[in-house]
Design a protein around this ligand. Structure first.
Ligand code: ZN
Length: 198
């Protein structure tokens, strides 16, 4: 039985599709939106459509950006010979907040997970290998310390080793299973400084 108008039900249904949103939260969000002034609801809807239509992958590092090349890849102040590999754009944002890393990034958009059927071709690894043809001195693997993150790090190091480029892994100061996004800046810096060669 549908207790609500079909419009409300549809909105609840859409919210429930988002990660981490259960039926209860979906209902709460839907009613919050219904109670918003129309202008605010429109601005939320516009922000979603705007982001979706304007955000794309940087042609170099694959991060989400609204230009062909992101500001970091375009910057002449960054050391383009040092590439830090992260799983998500938000991990890159976490390192950027420390303001202490002057290299560039590569965003994989995921990690290898045989359990979930995610293989090397399902993340942006080919693009990384492509970049290594340029002038690169070091690749710092900063994937999460989860099983998937570790598997990805091993895979990447095996791939890069034969090229003679230095491959290092951030220190395990990052808690196991820890999402880089939620780790404080000091821990991130320690992990970066204490990196070891793979
Ligand atoms: Zn970029």
């Amino acid at each position: 039985m549908d207790y609500y108008s079909s419009h409300i039900s549809k909105l609840i249904e859409e919210f429930a599709k988002l990660p981490g949103i259960g039926a209860k939260s979906a209902g709460r969000l839907a009613f919050h939106v219904i109670n918003m002034p129309l202008e605010q609801a429109k601005s939320l809807a516009d922000a979603i459509v705007d982001a979706k239509s304007n955000v794309r992958y940087c042609k170099n590092c694959q991060t989400l950006t609204d230009r062909d090349y992101c500001p970091i890849c375009e910057s002449t102040k960054r050391n383009h010979k040092v590439i830090m590999v992260v799983e998500q754009t938000r991990d890159m944002a976490a390192y950027e907040r420390t303001g202490k890393f002057d290299g560039v990034y590569h965003v994989l958009h995921g990690a290898i997970s045989p359990m979930l059927g995610i293989g090397p071709n399902d993340i942006r690894l080919k693009e990384l290998i492509e970049r290594l043809r340029g002038d690169v001195e070091e690749v710092i693997v900063a994937t999460n310390s989860s099983v998937e993150g570790e598997a990805t790090a091993v895979y990447i190091s095996k791939l890069i080793k034969p090229t003679g480029i230095k491959v290092s892994r951030i220190a395990s100061g990052v808690p196991v299973g820890g999402d880089l996004e939620y780790i404080d800046e000091i821990t991130l810096l320690r992990a970066l400084e204490g990196r070891t060669e793979l």
